[in-house]
Design a protein around this ligand. Structure first.
Ligand code: COA
Length: 388
């Protein structure tokens, strides 16, 4: 085929960068280069004035709740926390060294076998009740496995905590959570809840577009979130910062990594080009937790190490931290095991995923893009006996 007869190539869309793949009412990312809104509310405004349970309601209903609606919502979530025995048995059988992301992926899939969509009162194709069930059940799923696998103990799932953040903190620590830790977790759940057509959300929308069920979409989304270029970056950031016991040691090592063109996890973003508006908020909590720790006589170099890496990346590459970078030290100071960092992202992002799946259902068309073919020209099959 001569060059002139080749079909025109589409512009370079590797990674679908810059491609608008649909419409959404739910979220804007980077509208002014830096912003993040959920149904029109800015992320700073939400963090200052709301708790995560208000934000989860917002994402699944499109409006913030009034006081009565919030207490009904929290009661509904509390009522849906318990897990079926068959799911507990499955979770207890998962080995201790499994990654908790795999535990959640398995747990969601198993719940889909035990409580399929068509068993809910609203019937198949509604999905809203499954969204609420998943949001309510996931902290228990994660913590039930954790204590069964690590401590040989089948924990009760009825904490006295009305909020999802407090419930998770209590199940994980098996004690009443420190108020500061509860607050940090609550804020971080708001920050992680929704981010437009990111890789995991888009994965879920693709699954939903085939008319598949909510459990399948969420299971697939968990798989997409697991990778270090997406949700796994908070764990990878922790693996980096915990190597250093001083800012100077961190600077020397990061300079070497940059010279070798190694990516520093927790920095950069596909959409944000100036800064990630969520980073300042979680950085401030990391700083407060670090100070609290020092005041209790247990200082840690991690916040100072993180600040130095931040300064080096800014100076050398003009790169900014994304939400995952300071989340690592913040979660660590909350006493959360590193392997739980990305699963916490799931406990929150399930709201964004399910909101998008419901939006996709409401105005569905199968998502099926095209590709520019760059393989061998059309040819005939040589029979097996004649192939060299
Ligand atoms: N560390 C070092 N350099 C980085 C970097 C990082 N974290 N993120 C981007 N860069 C550099 C790239 O090496 C590239 O440089 P080059 O033009 O000299 O090759 C340039 O910045 C553009 O990066 P690119 O990888 O093309 O951006 P992207 O849009 O494809 O990827 C991310 C965006 C998020 C995948 C990328 O920034 C990254 O891998 N970050 C680390 C993982 C992470 O924190 N993920 C969570 C995102 S919320």
């Amino acid at each position: 085929m001569s060059d002139s007869s080749k079909p025109p190539k589409t512009p370079n869309t590797k990674g679908l960068a810059g491609v608008t793949a649909g419409e959404t009412h739910i979220c804007t990312v980077g509208k002014e280069g830096v912003g993040l809104t959920y149904f029109g509310y800015g992320i700073h405004d939400l963090c200052e004035h709301c708790g995560f349970d208000e934000v989860s309601y917002l994402l699944l209903h499109g409006e913030l709740p009034n006081a009565a609606e919030l207490s009904t919502w929290q009661a509904e979530l509390v009522a849906r926390r318990e897990l079926p025995d068959a799911l507990k048995d499955t979770l207890a059988a998962i080995p201790k060294d499994a990654h908790p992301m795999d535990v959640l992926r398995t747990g969601v899939s198993m719940l889909g076998c035990l409580e399929p969509e068509d068993m809910f009162e609203s019937g198949p194709r509604d999905g809203r009740e499954v969204a609420v069930r998943l949001l309510a059940a996931m902290p228990g799923m994660l913590c039930f496995w954790y204590h069964a696998a690590h401590h040989g103990k089948r924990i009760e799932l009825d904490s006295g905590e009305p909020t999802l953040a407090g419930h998770f903190a209590e199940l994980l620590s098996q004690a009443e959570p420190d108020p500061l830790i509860r607050e940090v977790l609550d804020t971080s759940l708001i920050l992680y809840a929704e981010h437009e057509f990111n890789a995991s959300t888009f994965t879920g929308r693709i699954v939903t577009s085939t008319l598949s069920d909510m459990y399948s979409a969420v299971t697939a989304a968990i798989g997409a979130l697991r990778g270090p270029l997406h949700g796994g970056a908070n764990e990878a950031a922790m693996a980096l910062i915990e190597q250093f016991n001083s800012p100077d040691a961190a600077e020397a090592a990061v300079m070497e990594m940059l010279a070798k063109k190694t990516k520093i996890m927790g920095f950069g973003h596909r959409v944000y080009k100036i800064s990630d508006p969520r980073s300042d908020i979680i950085q401030e909590w990391s700083r407060k937790l670090s100070e609290q720790r020092a005041a209790k006589g247990n200082p840690s170099p991690l916040y100072a190490v993180s600040e130095r890496i931040h300064a080096v990346l800014k100076r050398e590459k003009n790169l900014f931290p994304n939400l995952d970078f300071y989340s690592a030290s913040a979660y660590h100071f909350c006493g959360i095991p590193t392997e739980m960092f990305t699963p916490i992202f799931v406990l929150s992002r399930v709201t964004g995923w399910t909101a998008h799946n419901l939006e996709q259902r409401a105005n569905n068309r199968l998502i099926r893009p095209s590709a520019d073919y760059v393989g061998p020209p059309t040819r005939n099959v040589t029979p097996l006996a004649e192939r060299s």
